[in-house]
Design a protein around this ligand. Structure first.
Ligand SMILES: Nc1ncnc2c1ncn2[C@@H]1O[C@H](COP(=O)(O)OP(=O)(O)O)[C@@H](O)[C@H]1O
Ligand SMILES: [Mg+2]
Length: 279
């Protein structure tokens, strides 16, 4: 579904402030996979999402979505394939418009050009179905202005807007980070439900290690523009939050860095694929 081959991005190349944000990234995400992306600040997570969405061009490498090489495609050409939700709840929705007007905009943006403007009964019914998935009661508040909603409710509406038109790929960049813990948990729960229900291929950035362990079926850890390790659901559950924190803190100079060592420190560990691993 998503293929990234040797992606590289350097900011301020050739100057004293040069920064390699993506360093030869290879990534293969299969259809329907829900990937969680973690890594310290500056690891390159947002740059990777920007590169996939096309808001940022990579210097070298290729990106393919659903079998199409989109490397040279501008963001508007990728918009039907890729949808995003950002960290700031104010960004995804238009404040002075109602929930249903926002959803209509999302439908018109995602659908074919011939799609007609109009708040039809069929549309309202489809929106209610989708909003009901969130479990927040928003399906009964279609006519309410978005600026009357809480940050978490706005983020939930942004999520439903993002999935209208069945994107091939959903990108979530710390979309619960600006919310209080209870609201963040509710939006995360809604995210899991929506992603599963729609079978969406998803890349979600989070700093919440508990979410990283509990949510999704693959965990990818980035560091200094590289993918440091990738774990499947069973591997990350077995590691747990303390194991994940320890793995993330492991020095990048370990002998089998970068590709073969899984987050444990000894060769006898089931995570390590390298016989020469010395941690
Ligand atoms: N538009 C930009 N201009 C210059 N440097 C940038 C830009 N975007 C990101 N960077 C740099 O690239 C690196 C990766 O940033 P980013 O992808 O935002 O990290 P993350 O999302 O993992 O915190 C950082 O060093 C950051 O300062
Ligand atoms: Mg970021």
């Amino acid at each position: 579904m998503l293929g990234i081959f040797g992606a590289r991005k350097t900011f301020f190349a050739g100057t004293a402030s040069q920064r390699v944000a993506l360093d030869e990234i290879d990534l293969d995400v299969r259809p329907g996979q829900f990937c969680v992306l973690i890594g310290s600040n500056g690891a390159g997570k947002s740059t990777l999402l920007n590169a996939i969405a096309g808001s940022l061009r990579i210097d070298t490498g290729r990106i393919a979505i659903d079998g199409t090489d989109v490397t040279a495609h501008p963001p508007e050409r990728r918009a039907r394939l890729v949808s995003r939700v950002f960290q700031d709840p104010m960004v995804g929705t238009a404040a002075v418009m109602t929930i249903e007007e926002n959803l209509l905009l999302a439908d018109l943006r995602a659908g074919p050009h011939r799609l007609r403007w109009g708040l039809t009964a069929a549309r309202r019914s489809a929106w209610r179905d989708r909003l009901a998935l969130l479990g927040l009661g928003l399906e009964n508040r279609l006519g309410e202005r978005v600026d009357r909603l809480s940050g978490g409710q706005r983020q939930a509406v942004s999520l439903i807007m993002a999935i209208r038109g069945s994107p091939k790929l959903l990108l979530l960049d710390e979309h619960t980070a600006a919310l209080d813990p209870a609201t963040a948990a509710a939006v995360m729960e809604a995210t899991v439900r929506v992603v599963r229900e729609e079978g969406l291929t998803t890349l979600m950035v989070t700093h919440n290690m508990q979410h990283a362990v509990d949510v999704g079926d693959r965990l990818i850890m980035m560091d200094a523009g590289r993918i440091r390790f990738s774990l499947d659901a069973a591997e990350k559950k077995a590691l747990g939050v303390p194991g994940l924190i320890a793995a993330s803190a492991r020095p990048t100079t370990a002998s089998c860095w970068p590709s073969e060592c899984w987050p444990s420190s000894t060769a006898s560990s089931p995570w390590c694929r390298s016989a020469s691993c010395r941690g």
